[in-house]
Design a protein around this ligand. Structure first.
Ligand code: CA
Length: 232
């Protein structure tokens, strides 16, 4: 297996620290300081994952990420110095797999690297075939060809989240979607539907975390999966 992790970071101290931790965890880290060098290196070395800082000399992380996505689905974790920036980055739908904010603990970064690599290994290569198929007319959801037996509410919730991959929704927004009649339900209702949904998803595909919790905010759909929604 290819264990090459490309660390794109212009603060030498930081990249050295990450490099040491990743090396100790069995990866083969390689550091780049300049944004200009990233694309040639990705094409040539074909890393298993890229840790990509946002502010770089030469070329910024957003442009680099966009261009990589035109030819490669290599997992990308974007690193930013500002927590407020993450929301904007998510909104840009760059196709990054995760976001980390500085200052971070190197341990946390290694854990995220592992998680993203695990997730991408479990996904079938992105091709024409959709991995999650949602048929709104028949209320039929299939994941990797297996039917998920969902309730109407679970189906609505999944379809809404999947229609906007990567976007984070808070609980009240999700409640509006599943109970348009403004019925009074508690935040816990959404959590319990999500919990059941996850249970059904993991019964079909144990390592697929389609719906991710965003701590203190709400939920989002995993942006990597290939989704097809058949409208009513
Ligand atoms: Ca920087």
């Amino acid at each position: 297996m290819n264990d090459l992790i490309l660390i794109v970071e212009d603060e030498p101290k930081l990249s050295k620290l990450l490099s040491n931790y990743l090396h100790r965890s069995g990866y083969e880290p390689e550091c780049l300081e300049n944004g200009i060098d990233v694309l040639p290196s990705v094409r040539e070395r074909m890393p298993a994952l890229i840790l990509l800082d946002l502010m770089l000399p030469g070329r910024n992380g957003i442009d680099i990420c966009k261009e990589i996505r035109t030819f490669s689905s290599v997992p990308i974790i974007m690193v930013t110095a500002r927590i407020e920036e993450i929301d904007r980055l998510i909104g840009l739908e760059l196709g990054a797999d995760d976001y980390i904010c500085k200052p971070f603990s190197p341990r946390e970064v290694v854990a995220r690297v592992k998680a993203v690599l695990r997730r991408s290994a479990n996904q079938k290569p992105a091709g024409e075939a959709s991995q999650l198929h949602l048929d709104e007319e028949r209320l039929l959801a299939t994941l990797y060809g297996n039917e998920l037996e969902l309730t109407v509410v679970e189906f609505k919730l999944l379809t809404f989240l999947a229609a906007n991959p990567g976007r984070i929704y808070n609980r009240s927004k999700l409640m509006d979607q599943i109970y348009p009649d403004q019925r009074v339900v508690s935040d816990r209702t959404v959590d319990s539907h999500i919990k059941n949904l996850r249970k059904k998803i993991s019964a079909v595909s144990p390592d697929t975390e389609l719906i991710q919790s965003v701590y203190g905010v709400g939920y989002k759909f995993d942006a990597q999966l290939n989704v097809r929604i058949l409208k009513e």
